[in-house]
Design a protein around this ligand. Sequence first.
Ligand code: NI
Length: 193
Amino acid sequence: MTVRTVLRMGDARLWEVSKPVENFATAQLRELLQDMRDTMHAMDGAGLAAPQIGVALRVVIFGVQAASTSSGQAAATGSGQTSARYPDADSVPETVLINPVITPINDQTEPGWEGCLSVPGLRGEVERHSHIRYQGYDENGALIDRVVSGFHARVVQHECDHLDGILYPMRIKDLTRFGYTAELFPGRDLPDE
Ligand code: NI
């Protein structure tokens, strides 16, 4: 178990374009993914991209349990994904996604609040595609191909942006919709990502 330091906005490594993974099912890839999972769960994140721990590879992980179904499961699995911290979220399956490709299904977009472990304590409203197809590979090189909507689609778009050196504040159109979580949502204990 290795919880790695998450780079914060301003660190130049977060602006880099990451490189594709070329070899699957390797010890190095397994170790990277274990560190990413440990780090994401320790920080109560919904997702994490490899460049956030200083590894410039096209690897993301994500997963959220919905508030209505997960309280017992979260306790049982000890995953650290406490649903109450994502009160408005639909569940998103725990996923490893490598060399992802995102294709919008149509032109529909929707605004939504986002946070990021690399931008702690802040939230911003970002417009994202409502419906996307995403494709990529798991750690063993098996194909992943899903069509998703809403919060799931948002999480994937946010995480994959990290692979191209994009942090969500760069996508905020109205900077009055950007601020400290505690001021924007007083009384709610919301996570950083
Ligand atoms: Ni992020």
